[in-house]
Design a protein around this ligand. Structure first.
Ligand code: SF4
Length: 216
């Protein structure tokens, strides 16, 4: 059974998934990413505690940060549960995939995933969409009820988004699942070389990244 992270990686670049499965020892997220993720569990304090916010690894000014969180609080009916989730870091096991949901909301059940990176201008990055769908499907499988939305949080930016499990997003999930299942050797490199710059496998992959090109 694949992990949510593996399916996200398959959607990002199948070759990256090949490397990750071949060399599973590469370290997990760096501590600064963990610090950013932890902000997702401190929203109410970040709205009121100036000192906490001043020391927090946020990517925007304190005023912008509070404005964004304030908008999310006003917009989302589920804000109270997102800010103080009943269940945290829940291992979900579905029919096809398993992994951790950083928050699980009740009535109706929905997963929320917390991302340490930057959000797109709107919506969610496609590989992260796949991870969200995987978490929602696993939750639905466990609770034996439909799960039609999930949440994506980018706490370093004060951004919280509700994500509907649309036909297109479900199709992206199924495509990633097929890709992961079919993996039996190194796939072709991605055509989108912008993805290679932050990839931890770029040296063994042999791609010439933008930063290297600029040195030549
Ligand atoms: S360097 Fe680029 S092509 Fe190679 S695994 Fe990473 S993202 Fe894929």
């Amino acid at each position: 059974m694949h992990t949510f992270r593996a399916l996200e990686t398959a959607a990002y670049c199948p070759r990256k998934l090949y490397y990750r499965e071949r060399d599973p020892d590469i370290e997990g997220p760096p501590p600064e990413i963990e610090r950013k993720r932890e902000l997702a569990f401190q929203y109410e304090r970040l709205l009121t505690d100036d000192e906490l916010l001043a020391d927090a690894p946020v990517a925007v000014t304190p005023t912008q940060y509070r404005s964004r969180l304030g908008q999310a609080r006003a917009r989302l009916d589920d804000w109270a549960a997102l800010a103080d989730p009943p269940d945290r870091d829940v291992l979900l096991t579905g029919k096809d995939a398993r992994g951790i949901a950083h928050k699980v909301l009740a009535d109706p059940p929905r997963p929320s995933l917390v991302f340490g990176g930057d959000p797109p201008d709107c919506g969610v990055w496609e590989p992260q969409t796949v991870r969200l769908v995987a978490a929602a499907k696993a939750l639905a499988w466990e609770r034996e009820c439909p799960v039609e939305t999930a949440f994506a949080e980018y706490p370093a930016h004060g951004v919280v988004r509700r994500v509907a499990l649309t036909t297109r997003r479900n199709a992206a999930y199924r495509s990633a699942l097929r890709t992961a299942r079919a993996l039996d050797g190194p796939p072709a490199r991605t055509d989108d070389r912008a993805k290679c710059d932050p990839c931890e496998y770029r040296s063994q992959c042999g791609v010439r990244t933008r930063s290297l090109k600029s040195l030549l």
